[in-house]
Design a binder for this molecule. Structure first.
Ligand code: CMP
Length: 136
């Protein structure tokens, strides 16, 4: 049984910089993920550190936070049947080199850091990540 869900998607600085917002939005819309809300913003490194707190013990944490705050990002609430897993399938593996053909990261990702998109990894995190960017 599929269920209606919301998830958070971020188009990261590398993809915003290359004007890929519309192309990536089209991929979501074609797969029946409705873009409920969206905005282009730039966050501070402190905000990025808060957002990526789950990764604080990882060796790449500092670079990750610098990177997400290095330029404008485009954040979206995606809504649809099984939105969390549908979005993760569309993104592909974290490392673009390992991502399946036709996934967003395979098509557009540059490296494991500049992997073009972020998506919530569970429904629980989706709720937290949505409320981080969109106050209701
Ligand atoms: P994202 O889905 O945004 O979640 C955390 C990010 O850390 C991930 O995408 C990658 O861009 C980045 N990252 C950098 N190095 C690694 C790594 N070794 N393993 C996982 N993620 C990494």
């Amino acid at each position: 049984m599929s269920k209606m869900e919301q998830t958070l998607s971020i188009i990261k600085p590398d993809a915003v910089e290359r004007n890929l917002i519309e192309e990536i939005k089209k991929i979501f819309i074609e797969k029946n993920l409705n873009i409920k809300e969206s905005k282009k913003i730039q966050i501070t490194k402190d905000e990025a550190a808060e957002f990526y707190k789950v990764h604080q013990s990882k060796p790449f944490y500092n670079d990750l936070c610098s990177y997400l705050s290095s330029g404008p990002i485009f954040v979206m609430i995606l809504e649809g049947d099984d939105a969390v897993s549908v979005n993760r399938k569309l993104m592909g593996a974290t490392d673009p080199k390992k991502a399946e053909d036709n996934t967003i990261r395979k098509l557009f990702g540059i490296s494991i850091d500049k992997n073009s998109v972020h998506g919530s990894d569970s429904l629980e995190n989706a709720k937290k990540e949505i409320s981080f960017f969109f106050k209701s």
